[in-house]
Design a protein around this ligand. Structure first.
Ligand SMILES: Nc1ncnc2c1ncn2[C@@H]1O[C@H](COP(=O)(O)OP(=O)(O)OP(=O)(O)O)[C@@H](O)[C@H]1O
Length: 302
């Protein structure tokens, strides 16, 4: 057996004539935080719902813990938070969790442990309606953690949270991951996925357009040179390092020389420019932001 805790093979869901999820094959490895990234309406929630057996695929297959999604054994080993937690506003956090725990054959010990895990113990006796949005969301994660599932599936866990709430949720996910918890989370926020996740799957209009690490997704690093006159700068860099720079324009219409930074001896390039008497304004190595990559990907499908 491979080390995938979740895997799908050409998983597809049609609503009417339209494919909400279109042939997605992905794999979540044991112990990793996997970010399922895509714009609104891309098909993330529908995919997660299929993994929980809440929606039946039109075609393709999925397996969770090597089992059919929605089977009792798969569900017992999976905690989930999909589309916001449903709790009773006038019950305390503890009592709300006890309702869920009893339903799953668990007890007070499990509730206390889960509350502690999400750092809500001190507010456990307060009514749910008095919680901040971030606390409500953390209580949702606590409910998902009841019974210590191997896998957590979280749909947009930071949606609607303020920056402090988001940071606290990210810390929680980090802590869970440090304890070896496998987490599959969806998000439309690149920065979040970049900070939280070991690997990402990017879904655009129902299709998986990328799966791998954030670093791989960003791809090669770029060398940027701002120097004048540009033709002499290009020649000087070529002579000193062998690197061929292209003339591009920045957002303000200024000329920038750019090229692949890998393997380029940058100090040698700078020495070459200076020796040639070129005015050097800036030399930088730029990583493509995840945002650039994401925009390129989503634009490509339009
Ligand atoms: N029950 C349904 N009936 C009909 N269409 C649906 C249903 N559920 C989802 N869809 C459609 O499928 C597409 C994908 O929706 P989905 O909720 O999976 O996307 P998402 O990536 O989770 O987006 P969001 O971040 O907005 O929740 C959308 O066009 C949506 O309108």
């Amino acid at each position: 057996m491979n080390d995938h805790i979740v895997s799908t093979d050409r998983l597809t869901k049609h609503y009417g004539g339209r494919a909400a999820v279109d042939g997605i094959s992905l794999g979540v490895r044991r112990g990793e935080v996997y970010g399922f990234l895509g714009p609104n309406g891309a098909g993330k929630t529908t995919t997660l719902r299929m993994l929980l057996g809440l929606v039946r695929p039109t075609s393709g297959t999925a397996s969770v813990h090597g089992l059919a999604p929605g089977s009792p054994d798969a569900l017992r080993r999976t905690g989930s938070l999909i589309e916001g937690p449903g709790f009773f506003p006038y019950l305390s956090g503890v009592d709300n969790l006890l309702v869920v725990a009893r339903y799953r054959g668990l007890g007070r010990y499990d509730v206390d442990e889960a509350l502690d895990r999400v750092e809500l113990t001190s507010r456990g006796k307060d009514r749910f309606r008095t919680y901040s949005l971030g606390m409500k969301q953390r209580l949702g994660v606590a409910a998902a953690l009841l019974g210590r599932p191997d896998l957590l599936i979280l749909d947009e866990p930071t949606n609607g949270l303020d920056p402090a709430g988001m940071a606290s949720m990210r810390r929680l996910i980090h802590d869970l991951s440090d304890d070896g918890q496998t987490v599959l989370l969806s998000s439309h926020l690149l920065a979040e996925v970049q900070q939280c996740c070991d690997r990402v799957g990017v879904v655009v209009e129902g299709r998986l357009s990328y799966e791998g690490t954030v670093a791989e997704l960003r791809g090669a690093r770029m060398l940027e040179v701002r120097a004048e006159p540009v033709d002499r700068a290009v020649r000087a860099v070529k002579a000193a390092t062998g690197a061929a720079l292209d003339l591009t324009e920045d957002g303000d219409g200024r000329t920038v020389l750019t090229g692949d930074a890998d393997g380029v001896d940058v100090p040698a390039a700078i020495r070459g420019l200076v020796a040639e008497g070129v005015d050097v304004h800036a030399v930088a190595i730029r990583e493509r932001s995840l945002e650039d990559v994401f925009l390129t990907m989503t634009e490509a499908t339009r």
